[in-house]
Design a protein around this ligand. Structure first.
Ligand code: N01
Length: 534
């Protein structure tokens, strides 16, 4: 861009914000397409989620090879995942490997938290300011800041008074935390809480797990990838890629072909046993076809899970507390666990139900509930994130006529395919709110491809301004409204912004899934991006 003012440190075609799995891919795609690119990353390393969430036990619950990149067969063949569900250190290593292998690091500026991003109509470009005073001008601004990047602490009195060590799972320090012989509290039992608790249970002196809502956790069933399977994965790259790209959810699992009550009770029992032993999300994707749609079918599956939980937990009262009562399977995002239920049989592990005894305050020495004070050396806050819009709402994004993104999204995000918003030309946010309904990189990767092709098209046609037409955005929002009733997600859950104080409750995923996203993209592309370019 021509009119470079003196304080602008850099002038590029595309600025990408966030070096997570999608940001790295967007950087790669834009650079390969011939654009000059700068990537601004708040942290001091690449990885996004896999950079910040380095707590013990953190790992994939999508199969490793279905989560990684599919754009390079050489990369696929050269990188061997050690486990079906790789742990955080391996994933972080993978993302560093990709960054270096494709020589992307030199385009990344680390320690660069974006605090303002302002659109300028005259020059048709964005100016981004970082907290440390760096200014970047760019024709296009791609935010790949993810949906789970702003960690959240509950508003508990005295939280800052605690004199021991306190950590949030989403802001975990790089230096290992020494849990040996410590009295530890884990607060929160979402996917993070139920991963970290069993991972540290054997090291600590005492462990208290504070649970507000029990979730339908089931075994992850992780295992190493054998040499034979490695060879198979390498040989089957093309078909795996095709299957993943065609899949609505982004997994390789093969769907079942029967409904719950087509089977006898004995057949159902045997089937659920098989499901219980299946890997990760296969509990959902290969279950009876009506499990997520029909209340009775769902209840039948939940009854089986309840029986399983009771069989794993010795103490009846603890087992009672661990069984969800306020949502069906899939009402909240189900976590996948290793040794979680069994952990409560250890004499030094206690489960506290916050429904029975809410936290009244945190003191210098511990956590006080209605029933008294428990003292700790370490408190782990596994209390989640400002889901969906957290990072975008905090970046000071201002579009046409001074319109702030926070203003446009005051009642919840308004988007087109979870990637663009009218009033914000040349802004794209792959992997953003309304974007996904399955294995995130599989959705976000398609969005990055779409954005890149759109940028190339605009460049080839001499257009410098891209904005989604209002009617397309309205159609997408109507789809969200019409389809969200078919999802089972509870309004008190994170996918409605349920845990974020002061946030409007609005659905934050794409309830129409990949077919609706591809349909919308298809319409835009086949019309030659009619109404998008000027
Ligand atoms: O966060 P969460 P997370 N007082 O929001 C509780 C992904 N992920 O970090 O359910 C007391 O799910 C809250 O209670 P409740 C995955 O997509 C993936 O665990 O609101 N408790 C809940 O128990 C996941 O969905 C993996 O009643 C409070 C917990 O804190 C997403 O990240 C691993 C509270 C927060 O659970 C977020 O998971 C980890 C309060 N005021 C995460 N506020 C994989 O396996 C909140 N809680 C790949």
């Amino acid at each position: 861009m021509a009119d470079r003012s003196p304080e602008v440190a850099e002038d590029v075609d595309v600025v990408v914000v966030g070096a997570g799995i999608l940001g790295i891919y967007q950087l790669y795609r834009a650079r390969e397409a011939g654009f000059t690119v700068r990537l601004l990353e708040q942290g001091n390393g690449v990885g996004g989620t896999w950079y910040w969430n380095r707590y013990p036990g953190c790992r994939f619950d999508s199969e490793s090879y279905t989560y990684g990149y599919l754009f390079s067969e050489e990369l696929w063949r050269d990188w061997e995942w050690s486990e079906e569900f790789a742990g955080q250190p391996e994933t972080e290593r993978y993302l560093n490997h990709v960054t270096d292998r494709f020589d992307l690091r030199r385009h990344i500026r680390f320690g660069s938290k974006v605090v303002a991003a302002v659109w300028d109509e005259e020059s048709a470009g964005w100016t981004l300011n970082t907290e440390d005073g760096h200014i970047v001008r760019a024709r296009h601004f791609v935010s790949t800041t993810g949906v789970l990047s702003v960690p959240q602490f509950p508003d508990v009195p005295g939280r800052e008074d605690f004199a021991g060590e306190a950590y949030h799972t989403g802001l975990w320090p790089k230096e290992p935390v020494d849990f040996r012989g410590k009295r530890v509290a884990v607060i929160g039992t979402g996917s993070s809480g139920v991963q970290i608790a069993p991972a540290i249970a054997d090291e600590v002196a005492t462990l208290t797990v504070y649970q507000r809502t029990p979730s339908w956790a089931t075994p992850l069933n992780n295992k190493p990838i054998s040499a034979e399977r490695q060879a198979e994965l390498k040989a089957e790259f093309a078909s795996i890629k095709e299957t993943l790209e065609a899949s609505n959810v982004g997994f390789l699992h093969e769907a079942h072909d029967r409904k719950t009550f087509e089977d006898t009770p004995e057949e159902r029992e045997a089937f659920y046993e098989k499901i219980w032993r299946s890997p990760g999300f296969a509990k959902m994707t290969t279950n009876y076809t009506d499990m997520m749609l029909d209340d009775e079918a769902n209840a039948e599956f939940c009854a089986f899970l309840e029986k399983k939980i009771r069989s794993l937990v010795d103490d009846e009262e603890t087992a009672d507390k661990l069984i969800p009562r306020n949502h069906a399977y899939g009402g909240l995002r189900p976590p996948f666990v290793t040794g979680y239920f069994e952990m409560f049989n250890k004499p030094h592990v206690e489960l506290v139900s916050l429904r029975e005894e809410p936290i009244t305050r945190v003191t210098e020495t511990g956590v006080e509930t209605a029933k008294g004070l428990r003292e700790y050396d370490i408190i782990v806050w596994a209390t989640g994130f400002d889901f969906g819009t957290g990072a975008l709402r905090r970046m000071g994004v201002t579009g046409t006529d001074g319109l702030e993104l926070t203003e446009k999204w005051a009642d919840g995000p308004i988007t087109w395919i979870g990637v663009m918003a009218s009033g914000f030309p040349n802004l794209f946010f792959p992997g953003g709110p309304h974007g996904a309904a399955g294995n995130n990189p599989r959705y976000g990767g398609t969005q990055v491809d779409f954005v890149t092709e759109l940028l190339v098209h605009a460049r080839d046609h001499g257009k410098r301004r891209i904005e989604v037409p209002r009617h397309a955005e309205e159609a997408w929002m109507t789809m969200i409204e019409n389809f969200r009733q078919y999802s089972r997600f509870e309004e008190h859950g994170q996918y409605y912004g349920g845990n974020t104080a002061g946030k409007a409750k609005a659905f934050l995923l794409n309830p129409g899934g990949k077919p609706k996203m591809m349909e919308a993209i298809g319409e835009a592309v086949s019309s030659g991006y009619q109404g998008f370019l000027s």
